[in-house]
Design a protein around this ligand. Structure first.
Ligand code: CIR
Length: 258
């Protein structure tokens, strides 16, 4: 059960962040509205929010998930793979110190973005990507092992799917041994033994969804996927994500849940 989430609203220069997709410039007002609805949905699920100040020094800093990996037993500060985001971690250190007695950290030459780390109960999938390198994955794997978890790597660097910035852009864990996965990743050996919920190619953005206690948050506008999740018995909340998508962001990256 999550009881809390950490969020940071987008700053006025949000549109100056990094992106690999060509979907236009986000509208700031709409971005704020979408973010506020996301926060309201978290509160509706019973979570208490730690609302950080918008930070214009880092236009991507609303994507707080990339700065840390939070588990029931440990918290690990990342070392983001994009230089423009490196400074985001320091601020998160202070915030997390209030909730965790000790914090571990990924160190150079390792890089890890939280968006590449998919928790699946006692197991963690670690994406190797443009942001998360082998050294970072090894450090993280060791820290997770020390905490009693297992992990495996999934290399997405050769996968040809525009918008697949992080592993979790194409993979989510619903609980109940169920993984949501895009076609391009479905055959990976790491996912054997799980029930796979496939996302159709035309709806691939929907693969980044988040189970928040008894509810699955999903991106609005992907009706087939939403229907699939409902039929599996989950309550759903569909959230408009158009402005975050323009900056390669998904639902999971807008909060750190604990
Ligand atoms: C970036 O390129 O770092 C941001 N524009 C998007 C980060 C999205 N984070 C995530 O999916 N975990």
């Amino acid at each position: 059960m999550f009881t809390r989430a950490i969020i940071r609203p987008p700053a006025a220069n949000f549109a100056e962040g990094l992106t690999t997709v060509d979907l236009g410039v986000p509208d700031y007002q709409r971005t704020l509205e979408q973010h506020e609805r996301y926060c309201a949905a978290l509160e509706q699920c019973g979570l208490t929010l730690t609302r950080l100040e918008a930070d214009a020094r880092y236009p991507d800093s609303t994507f707080v998930e990339d700065t840390a990996i939070l588990t029931e037993r440990c918290a690990i500060l990342t070392r983001p793979g994009a230089e423009s985001r490196a400074g985001e971690v320091e601020a998160m250190r202070e915030v997390l110190a209030a909730f965790y007695p000790t914090l571990s950290a990924i160190v150079a030459p390792g890089t890890v973005d939280g968006g590449d780390i998919c928790e699946a109960g006692e197991h963690f999938f670690i994406g190797l990507s443009e942001r998360t390198n082998e050294a970072g994955a090894e450090q993280l794997s060791r820290l997770l092992t020390e905490a009693g978890y297992t992990s495996s790597c999934v290399d997405i660097r050769g996968v040809n799917l525009p918008g697949l910035l992080h592993l979790k852009s194409g993979l989510s864990y619903l609980g109940d041994n169920r993984l949501v996965v895009v076609d391009e990743l479905a055959a990976h050996e790491a996912f054997q033994g799980y029930d796979l919920v496939r996302v159709l190619p035309e709806e691939f953005y929907a693969a980044n969804c988040v189970r928040v206690n008894d509810t699955v948050f999903l991106a609005a506008g992907y009706p087939l996927f939403e229907e699939t999740v409902r039929r599996l018995g989950y309550r759903t909340i569909a959230l408009e994500m158009s402005e975050f998508r323009k900056m390669d962001g998904g639902l999971s990256c807008l909060s750190l849940r604990l």
